[in-house]
Design a protein around this ligand. Structure first.
Ligand code: SF4
Length: 284
């Protein structure tokens, strides 16, 4: 059985930068508290915890220790609150996410309703919406029909950085088809992450050459879930696993070519472990 790896996969620049900043802060201060998991990968979070990076979901109980903002970013109120508490802030927000936040703030200030296309409960989307200062709404693929009519006059659409370009284009098309008559002005701000788009393109290309795709990454990672969707859309059987322990021998029966891809928050060692286990499990 041949095991093929996607041409582009694994840690992105933003995640490498965030982890590097956290590790530097820990070496300087001994301890850091991260507001939410630094990346959506429990194994990476556990490795950082051993070095001294604790995770919290609220800054209420944080004092006397630097507060790290994750690569997904946060809204302005959280930053103000942290400053008011006198906390040292280690802001690892990915510059690509910062750009989205700036656009949300600008478009809201210019009188637009800001639609953030993405997963409403994802921290990046929540953060971007906060910068729109109450003039935004998060919508997913099937939500066009639920748009409040009174919002639609001047609309700006900003995608979550990790969304698929194909799905984003389809969403815009649906919005235009179903709501064009209510729109006076529509601005599309392309804040899609090129790195994610290349990973998805590489996953799609590989999925067309194999009989089975394995996507490796945290089950809570939007980026990995989108990779799995891309592979399924290519028409190949796809399994989305967090660790090698989830692999099943029966998936491999009769397969000659198996492809692997991994999200932006998946460390290389997790992929290497999956490759090793696939070799062990492969029927002989
Ligand atoms: S996937 Fe893109 S936007 Fe997200 S952290 Fe990585 S580089 Fe930044």
């Amino acid at each position: 059985m041949e095991i093929l790896l996607a041409k582009e996969m694994g840690f992105c620049k933003g995640v490498r930068r965030a982890i590097g900043m956290m590790e530097k802060a820990v070496s300087e201060h001994g301890r850091v508290v991260s507001l939410g998991p630094i990346v959506h990968n429990p194994q990476v979070v556990a490795a950082l915890a051993e070095k001294g990076v604790q995770v919290t979901n609220s800054i209420d109980g944080v004092s006397g220790v630097p507060l790290a903002i994750t690569a997904h970013g946060v809204g302005p109120k959280v930053l103000e609150e942290a400053k008011a508490k006198g906390l040292d802030i280690i802001d690892t927000t990915c510059p690509i996410v910062t750009r989205s936040q700036r656009w949300a703030k600008k478009m809201a200030a210019d009188g637009f309703t800001v639609i953030v296309y993405g997963d409403a409960d994802h921290p990046e989307v929540e953060g971007i919406l906060s910068w729109a200062d109450g003039k935004g709404i998060a919508l997913g693929d099937d939500d066009v029909h639920s748009l409040p009519r009174e919002l639609l006059s001047r609309v700006a659409i900003i995608p979550q950085t990790t969304q698929s370009p194909i799905r984003f284009a389809a969403f815009i098309g649906r919005l235009l088809r179903e709501r064009l008559v209510q729109l006076n002005e529509l601005r599309v701000v392309n804040t899609l992450c090129n790195f994610t788009a290349s990973q998805q393109a590489a996953a799609r290309e590989l999925a067309q050459q194999v009989e089975l795709m394995v996507v490796v990454g945290g089950h809570n990672s939007a980026n990995c879930r989108h990779l799995a969707e891309v592979c399924c859309e290519a028409g190949v059987e796809t399994h989305y696993i967090e660790t090698a322990a989830e692999l099943e021998r029966q998936w491999l029966i009769g397969r000659e070519r198996v492809g692997i891809t991994a999200g932006a928050s998946t460390p290389d060692w997790a992929v290497e472990e999956v490759v090793r286990c696939l070799r062990e499990l492969a029927p002989r």
